[in-house]
Structures are given as C-alpha cells and as structure tokens.
Ligand binder design. Structure first.
Ligand code: SF4
Length: 691
C-alpha cells in the first residue's frame, strides 16, 4: 500500500516546487507536483519528475570514502566513526600547530536549499575565526547593484507581474528557467500588457513576446543609458518621484547629456529608431516592470549595468507601485527582515563575517578567486570542506583549482555522488537526498515555505548535512572540548522547531509541520518600496551612491569598458541553463540528456558554413585555456558571433565546459557579498572541425 509524503524540490531553482511522493516498501515509486502549491499549482518540470533518478542513481555515494591521493581513484570505504575521528583530529592538529583555525575553510552554496543544510555554515562559524570564502558564483554583482541604489534588495512577489501593462524581460528566459512565472506573464498579456524581451539570444521566452530586441552581450548598461537619455529628452520622466525620493538626480542627468545615442546604437546593435521605440514604450506605459536575469551581471560591467537598468524604474516612477519595480533574485530581503536563516544567524558564518568586515571577529576573508593565490597565504590553507557546490565543474580555470586542491592537506566533500570536485577530495561524506530526512525550504523567489517530510530511510549510510555536522561536532567535543561551540543538544526536529519560533508568525502558522497541509508564505508586501523609505545613507533612492563612493567604486552608475572578441577567438561562448539541467545538477541523468541531445554546441548556420561544419559534426571549441569536442547543432536563435552551450556540459573526454573560462571578476559584488562575482560571460573561443 503506497503512502504519500510532502516534499519539495531543493534544486537551486526559484520555484522550490512542492511535491507529492508516493512510497511503497520504503521505495519511491512516483513523484508529482502538489496541486495545493499556490505558486506551481501542481506543475513541475522534467527535472522534478527525474528526481527519483537522482535518489536511486547508481552514482550515489552510500558510504564514507577515503582516497589515497587526490584524483587517484584509489578509494577506500571507511566508517563514519573513522571519518569523524580523522577529520576531527585534522582540525585539532591545525589548532595546535597554528594556534588558530585560520587554515580551515569552507565552500558551500545552494546545491540544496533546505534550512537544516545551513548547519554546515553554523558548524564552521562555531569554530571562531577561520578563512572565509566570500562571494558567490551567482548574483553577487547584481546584489551590490540593488543595495547601492535602494539600500536593500527587495523584490515584488512574482504574481504582481500580472498587474503590469508593460513587461521588459531583460536577459532572462523564464520559459526555461522559471516556468511558473510565465503564467503571470501570460495573464498580463491576456489583459493587454506588452511583453518585450531584450536578449542576445532569441529564447523560448522571446518567442512568446510581443517585441524582441537582440542586444550585443554585455551592452545592457549602454542600452539602459540610451533609453534614459531619450526618456529625459522627451520628458517621459516622473518629476515628482525624482524630485522627492531620489539623490544624485542632477548629477546623473548631467552624465546622461554626455551619452551619444549613435554610439549606443553601435555598441548595442539596436538601430536608433528602435531605441526611441523602446524608450517611448517604457516611458508612456505604466505600470511597467523589468525582470532582470542574473546573466546580466555576469560580465565585467555586470554590477553597473544592473544599476543602470534599475535606474530606469526610478526615472519613470515605477518604484513602489503595483505592476512596476524590478524583479531580481533576492534572498537578502528575508535576511534583512531578520526572520530567515535563524539556524545560520546565531552560528552563522555570514553574520559573523559582516562583523568581521568591521574588524571584529578575525576571519580571514578570501574572494571567489581564492584558489588563484593560495601560495601567498600565511598561515597556509590546510583544510577545506565543500558542500552544496561543485566548484571544479563550475568555477573558472578548473585546472588551477585542481592544483590548489592538491596543495591543501585535507579536502572533505559532502556530496551525493562522486562529482568532479568530490573526485579531488581526501574524504567524501555521503549526503542523503532531501527525501531521506525532514527539512523545510523557503523559496528565494516566491517566499513560499514547504516541508520535506522524510519519505524513505537514508540510502546506505548517508546522512543529512545536519547529522554530519552534529556527528563531527560531537567527536570534536571529545577530542578537544571548546574547539567548536556547535550545539550538541537537540535533534533536527528541535532545531527546526526553534527556528520556527520566530518564523511561525511570519508565516502565519503555529508549527512548521502544518506546512504539510497548509501552504504558507513569508508575510512580505507584494509590492516593495510603497512607503518610499530607502535605507541608503541619504534615505533616498540613490543615483549617486554614498556607499559606492565610500568603497571607492564609481558612485554614479556608469558602465565599465567591455573586452571584445579577437581575431584568434572571434566567437563569444555563452553558457546558459538548459530546460533539463541546473548548473551541473541533473546533468548526470541520461534520460534528461537524451531529451535535449546533450551535449551540443549551438552555432549559427553561417558560422557552420564559415568553419566547414555540418549539423552534427564534431567541433573543437578552444581558446588559450583549453579545448572541448562538442557536436554542433545549427540554430537561428543566435547571431553568428555567439556560440552557446549549457551549464554542466562535458564532452566525450569528460572535459568540463568551465575549462574554457579564465578567471575574471565582475565590477561589483565585494561590497555586500565580500567578493566580486565571476564574469562568466566574458569567454571567447574559436572552432575547428574535428577529423
Ligand atoms: S527544478 Fe525548479 S521547476 Fe523543476 S521541479 Fe525543481 S523547483 Fe520545480
């Protein structure tokens, strides 16, 4: 007799879909969307249906493993007791040798989005000063951009988009990456809204738009400046908002006078007449909203570009009104609200680091480029814990990263499979899938909270992140009492209950287990900034940012110069999410890869002609960093100077796509995330036919 459990897809995806999991004989027999989910209404994507494949993947690591020689493949199964004891002794040894735990570090991100997975941050925070790897590969520059403009990062609830009369989808492809958002876009369209897509690629979302503008990659800031200039020229600006609620408007207006529209047209590739057409649309139709994709900020000018685009909303008075504003990924709203991440905050590494920025806690801070200068560190980095991330498959210059990992005495990777990063570990600790322990997930897009009930027992000897950190803390307590202040009392249910003592009111529930029956959402306003109170230095929306000036960053939003393609590497390589993979997640599922014929490299037919490549031919894609061999597929969705593939791609030799990326930083990110982001879109390659 099958039983049904409530679960949630914990992939790094805005939807955080609620799931219903059918289980018979302790085995998952079916996964479907939960029709009670108010955001998804029971619809999930192919990845959600394939979650069972991940749970029962033959690639699952089911026991703690120890490797003799990183990358050697010489694995030995060990017990948890041995793993905890040896890892604990490493930490104790470091503390004794160096008199501090500064040689210890941790690298974690959103491989799983459950609250209890934050116990990893909690554990490392409990050690006191360590080496903190700051920044994130995802939205650092954009986060800085919004906080500089507004003082905080807030976003409207997704459904407010249906109240818009004009929707600019700028560098985002929700038809693939946020499928449920499309419902609100279609609803707005049905009510007469105009949907405009601005993107270098004619995406599936562009295909459903009313107007599509092809922009050259990275020229988003130029376009927004050009639009701003036209809005001012044609007096399509909101004087009341500008005069009363903004700071630095006169300086910004002066700067706009220097903008050359012919130059904008040339850099963006958008004819002058179309610039005027778009500016007039945005300046005359209200409310108008912008959906800003994270890809916008993954370039050398990504942060400033995001700021400039956001300024369009201020110019037209589209801030603080229903149907207006700018939609951008935001965890920070919940963090600023002080109601989220309580597991993390008392022991929380990010909270600790924000103190450290003021010189209080003694953490040593490294950015996203940490592995490019390990040899300069004193004391050296001796210990690294990786969880919820696969940096060898995602970060630039993986060869350098692998070399860096080899120089670190102890690398521990907590993972479900032998990922590219796990293969470079000394210890791999098997993490349970989210179906195997109880947890709660809060979406970073719609703020819905959903419970993950334990549907099946942990496979093999796998444990949740919480159980792993708790186990290690217990052993550490025996080895050297006081080295960690991680609380040893309480089980996960106690921790979650404690967490929800502050969250219950925020969610309108009395116990987190009610989430199995009642969908709940964090009680935040559907429309931010209605009070026009901006927590900036001036108390106003800042065209001129005092915080930026303090951090020696250009205070006005002005684009940074972009690199261009060269004769040696004439094609820009863009790497986007596919409908069936997320970063490097899901790429291991054969079924999904077959659905999309992955791996492949999309090229324009003219590029094929130029390089003597036919559909399906194997091309060497190369630059000074490395090379991959990928089958090409022709597409008219992209211009001839762009080639495109998907995150997580690896070729027949298992070479990963990030092999082609060198390390370059975005312009912003360091102010609030502690490190600039990574300029993923700044990658140029050449092609040659194989064989
Ligand atoms: S990947 Fe996203 S859309 Fe797909 S099931 Fe998971 S949360 Fe839902």
């Amino acid at each position: 007799m099958a039983q049904t459990y409530c679960n949630v897809c914990t992939a790094d995806c805005p939807a955080s879909c609620r799931l219903l999991t059918d289980v018979a004989d302790s085995r998952i027999i079916g996964i479907k969307g939960d029709p009670r989910d108010p955001y998804t209404r029971g619809k999930i994507c192919a990845k959600g249906y394939a979650l069972k494949e991940l749970v029962y993947s033959p690639d699952r690591v089911l026991y703690p493993l120890k490797q003799q020689g990183k990358g050697s493949g010489n694995w030995q199964r060990i017990s948890w007791e041995q793993a905890f004891l040896e890892i604990g002794n490493k930490l104790v040894g470091i503390a004794q040798e160096y008199g501090s735990l500064l040689p210890v570090s941790m690298n974690k991100f959103l491989g799983t989005t459950g609250l209890l997975s934050q116990s990893v941050e909690g554990f490392f925070s409990s050690l006191g000063p360590i080496t903190a790897l700051m920044g994130n590969p995802c939205v650092s520059a954009g986060t800085d951009a919004f906080i500089l403009n507004y003082g905080a990062l807030k976003k409207p609830l997704p459904e407010d988009m249906k109240n818009s009369r004009l929707i600019l989808i700028w560098g985002a492809n929700p038809a693939w990456t946020a499928i449920h958002q499309m419902r609100y876009i279609f609803e707005a369209q049905d009510q007469g809204a105009i949907v405009v897509v601005i993107d270098p690629i004619f995406t599936s979302t562009a295909a459903r738009s009313d107007i599509y503008y092809r922009i050259r990659p990275g020229a988003d800031g130029d376009l927004a400046l050009g639009l701003a200039k036209i809005l001012v020229e044609e007096n399509l600006i909101d004087h009341e908002f500008l005069d009363n609620f903004t700071f630095g408007w006169p300086e910004y207006r002066d700067y706009l006078e220097t903008v050359d529209l012919n130059q904008v047209s040339s850099s963006t590739g958008i004819p002058l007449a179309e610039l005027y057409e778009l500016a007039r649309l945005y300046g005359t139709i209200k409310p108008a909203t912008i959906r800003l994709g994270p890809g916008i900020q993954r370039g050398p000018s990504g942060g400033q570009n995001a700021r400039i685009i956001d300024c369009l909303a201020a110019l037209t008075g589209n801030i603080g009104i229903s149907g207006g504003n700018v939609h951008y990924t935001s965890y920070e709203q919940l963090l600023h609200a002080g109601k989220y991440g309580q597991l993390r905050l008392p022991y929380g590494i990010r909270q600790g680091l924000s103190e450290n920025n003021e010189g209080n806690t003694g953490h040593r801070i490294l950015g996203t480029d940490w592995y490019t200068h390990l040899d300069t560190l004193d004391p050296p980095l001796k210990f690294l814990w990786v969880a919820g991330r696969n940096p060898v498959a995602q970060d630039p210059d993986p060869a350098q990263l692998i070399q860096a990992l080899k120089t670190i005495d102890t690398v521990v990777v907590a993972e479900q499979t032998l990922s590219a990063t796990a293969q470079m570990a000394d210890y791999v600790l098997p993490v349970s899938s989210p179906f195997e322990f109880e947890d709660v997930v809060i979406s970073f897009w719609h703020y819905g909270a959903a419970i993950n009930q334990q549907a099946i027992p942990p496979l093999g000897e796998s444990k949740s992140d919480f159980a792993i950190m708790h186990g290690l803390a217990s052993v550490l307590h025996q080895l050297k009492p006081g080295l960690s202040s991680f609380p040893l009392h309480g089980d996960p249910r106690t921790w979650l209950t404690q967490e929800f003592t502050s969250l219950n009111d925020f969610l309108g529930i009395t116990d987190y287990r009610e989430l199995a029956h009642n969908p709940a959402r964090v009680n935040l306003p559907a429309v931010p900034w209605q009070d026009r109170q901006f927590p900036t230095a001036s108390g106003l929306y800042e065209f001129y940012s005092f915080t930026a000036a303090f951090h020696q960053t250009p205070p006005l939003p002005i684009p940074v110069d972009q690199p261009v393609s060269s004769r040696s590497y004439p094609f820009r390589l863009m790497v986007s999410r596919s409908p069936i993979t997320l970063n490097s997640q899901f790429y291991t599922i054969d079924l999904l890869r077959r659905l999309e014929n992955l791996p492949l490299l999309l090229i324009h037919p003219d590029t094929g002609k130029q390089k003597n490549l036919a559909e399906g031919d194997l091309a060497k894609v190369y630059n000074e960093m490395g090379e991959l061999e990928l089958p090409v597929s022709f597409s008219l969705s992209l211009p001839p100077d762009i080639v495109l593939t998907y995150m997580g791609t690896e070729d027949i030799h298992n070479t990963l796509i990030n092999t082609l990326l060198s390390f370059e930083s975005t312009d912003l990110g360091q102010i609030f995330s502690g490190s600039p982001g990574i300029a993923y879109n700044n990658c140029f390659v050449n092609l040659v036919k194989m064989g």
